[in-house]
Design a protein around this ligand. Sequence first.
Ligand code: GLC
Length: 613
Amino acid sequence: MGASMSRKHYRLEMPGRFAKSLETMLVAAALCGATFAAAHGQMANAPAVPVAHEVAGHGQGAQSGNDPWWKHAVFYEIYPRSFQDSNGDGLGDLNGITERLGYLQSLDIGAIWLTPVYPSPLVDFGYDISDYENIDPQYGTLADFDRMVAEAKTRHIRVIMDMVMNHTSDQHKWFLESASSRTNPKRDWFIWQDPKGYTADGKPIPPNNWISGFGGSAWQYDPRTKQFYYHEFYKQQPDLNWRNPEVEKAMFDTVRFWLDRGVSGFRFDAVPSLFEDQKLRDNPALGGINAQGDPILEDTYTNNLPEVHDVMRRLRAMVNHYPGDRVLIGETYLPSVQELDKWYGGSKHDELQLPMDMQVGFTNKLDASLLRQRINDAETSIDGNQPLFVFDNHDNKRSWDRYGDGVHNEAIAKVLATLLLTSRSTPLMYYGEELGMSTSVPTRKEDVKDPIGITGWPKEKGRDGERTPMQWNGEKNAGFSTASTTWLPIGVDYKTVNVRVEEGEPDSMLNWYKTLIAFRRSNPALRNGTMVMLDKNNPSVLSFVRKGVDGGPSVVVAVNCTGEPQTVSFDLRAVGKSISAKTVITDAPSLRGSSKLKDIALPPFSSWVGSIQ
Ligand code: GLC
């Protein structure tokens, strides 16, 4: 299978190709059966479920039995520029996040992941780091950071940093030294190569055909030293040379810097692409041209090379020396669940604890069969490791728009939330997902901030749309900032789609998330019960049981993935002699109060969660 798919295939190119590789896989493990009949349905609402912490006063940070905290925590990604501006400059900052910790606690979030807040020229909005051991003044200071971590801790919220090990900024001192001469001691910290030759008019030819994920050749010529350097992303993001042990040592030192400061773990950016082929072989062409106008290539020689796993093992061993189960999360866009399993260290469990599963959340179509297959793969093909599902992040259109049909978007978003929060996976949310925030794609090139959108316009409009400010209320700038203008515009729907309004509406997206999170956090079957797919040939309704723990009740979940009413009946003899299931959560009013396991009428795109009696 190889490393044919990289995280650089953001957006809609990615899922179709993933789907192809997965179609060929077998759905393993026959679980238990059920019957269904197509018929009619209607709607309803979610009763509030009280939040219950497993250990009073410790929230999600606490251990349940022998489980590490990250197995049960709800993770929440914050794009700090867009969460809360505390000083009126139109940009979010660390003090703004601190101000909003109460909201995150009310959602029962267990850990926040901050996208990079290190000093940076901000060419890639922080993913071009010029100093790994400080905070960019735009976001605050190290003292602000420490205060945020301390206050988060009092609210039982942990802090996860984003760590970019694949590349630095071209303004980082390591690169400035490296670029200064061919004999500089840091020359070999980056990937320098002679030109392959020269054109007739004397122009240097790049060493091979490698293409940057952000457009154009991945090689940048440096006239001063007459060599090219390699950059997987922008030319201002030179790739580090991970074959040089000094690089690993320096980067591990930065990891230790933040661990010593009390962070609970990391999300490792673009981590499958740490290594490139030593022979610099050309990547095979797949045919066609991408949105940036470049030939579409396999990334065989630039992504997911086996050497990376040695680094992951050493990283895990180093982090294991710290107390408190620090967690390592990977940004792992991979072609298959088999490749994903390697990122855990397979049955050895000695690499990342939570490499992201991008197979489930980025199918981009509400297809019951496909989702069933992929969720089942995550259950059965990763050597008992813990899956991490994610539907939204700062690099892809919001799931509201990727899955929504334009008519039933809210019901569809509730289906996604139900899957995210009732499956066995650790859930990872993205700010605003809980409100049903939509993607605000720029309409004019001159408004675009993300360089991908500038170079790719109009085919690729960049990632600004999914990074607009958090919508807190219906007031100026949605309560995000008091500035006259904000770095990105506020979503046009902020008057109705915001925290304050949704807190007051029992049926809102926000209350749907709160209800699901509270149930997930308190219900033993959702916490630790095994997952058994039901009704496995049903093309319209995805359903499963989370088996009761220690003789406790099981939970059954059914989501209608179609715009038609569907009726399902469950034969749950495999999980006990169940004949009824009390409705716990549903957005179908007709199912509220129902306790049937037979002829459950699910309205279009509705969700139903029942506790088996
Ligand atoms: C990751 C980040 C993305 C960034 C890229 C380069 O994919 O999620 O936002 O542009 O890496 O660092």
